[in-house]
Write a protein of this length. Structure first.
Length: 285
């Protein structure tokens, strides 16, 4: 089985028959469990995420600390559970911003067509050349490290990918007879777009948003790892990987290993889920 991955879901082609069976189920379950952990993490954590105990610093897994402790004696399991909330909140906001901007641009372009559509396509083609992680780093460097600078930067950079996917479906829907009938009935373009075009493009929008979430999580964690996103002592997976670097020389690999594994599993789960949703939604049209 050969998979071709790009940042836009419809370019993914699953060569096996009946795409979307066990793989869809497994990726959906994993993504769902991780989302539940991100929401309920602070209540599930056995210790306070920033509670330090120097006497228990850099310990391995034990009955008291299932995943061990970091160099300050903080419980790694608790920090991973609490940090999941910020690790998910950032990408979720990126996807929301990019989905709103990209969908609005796509529907506007598909509705007007002609030179408007051509101009929008040229603008999108230029924006595709801009690396999201670079914009996020520059934004954080200019406006200060934190949560919102990389979120807003990544949201703007991801919007063209949403727009391209939604536009391809919206153009096809725009040419269908029911749109002309609604126009003849006196319905406004805005109402047609919101009540009819948007629901019809929602399945592929959901697939692209799911796929984009995994990519956004990797970029958001990378910005935090570089020290330009979430700042210590706040718990976040990218921050935990960065903090774990100083412990590697002492043989304490658990913090970086736990946080890095969570990032990889989350990205893979959401990418596979998004690709499977795209394959299924594409098969119905």
């Amino acid at each position: 089985m050969t998979l071709t991955w790009t940042r836009t879901v419809p370019n993914v082609r699953w060569r096996q028959a009946g795409a979307g069976g066990p793989l869809l189920l497994v990726s959906g379950v994993v993504a769902g469990l991780l989302t539940v952990l991100a929401i309920a993490g602070p209540w599930l954590a056995p210790y306070e995420a920033d509670a330090a105990d120097v006497l228990a610093a850099s310990q391995g897994p034990s009955a008291q600390h299932w995943l061990g402790t970091d160099s300050l004696g903080r419980d790694i399991l608790s920090r991973a559970l609490v940090g999941a909330r910020l690790s998910f909140a950032g990408p979720a906001m990126v996807v929301l911003i990019s989905a709103v901007l990209g969908t609005a641009l796509a529907l506007f372009s598909a509705w007007h067509g002609g030179w408007v559509d051509r101009t929008c396509n040229r603008v999108l083609n230029v924006m595709f050349a801009v690396p999201g992680i670079l914009v996020a780093v520059l934004s954080s460097a200019v406006f200060g490290a934190g949560f919102w600078a990389p979120v807003l930067a990544l949201g703007l950079v991801y919007a063209p990918y949403m727009a391209r996917v939604v536009r391809s479906v919206a153009v096809r829907e725009r040419r269908r007879g029911y749109v002309e009938s609604l126009q003849l009935a006196g319905m406004s373009p805005l109402r047609i777009g919101l009540r009819h075009l948007l629901p019809n493009v929602f399945p592929i929008l959901l697939a692209q948003a799911t796929y984009g979430f995994g990519t956004a999580l990797a970029d958001f964690a990378a910005v935090s790892f570089l020290g330009l996103g979430i700042q210590p002592p706040q718990a976040e997976w990218g921050v935990m990987v960065a903090e774990g670097r100083s412990e590697l020389l002492d043989g304490a690999v658990q913090q970086s290993l736990v946080a890095g594994t969570l990032i990889v599993v989350t990205v893979v789960a959401f990418n596979v889920l998004g690709a499977q949703l795209a394959a299924r939604s594409g098969g119905r049209r």
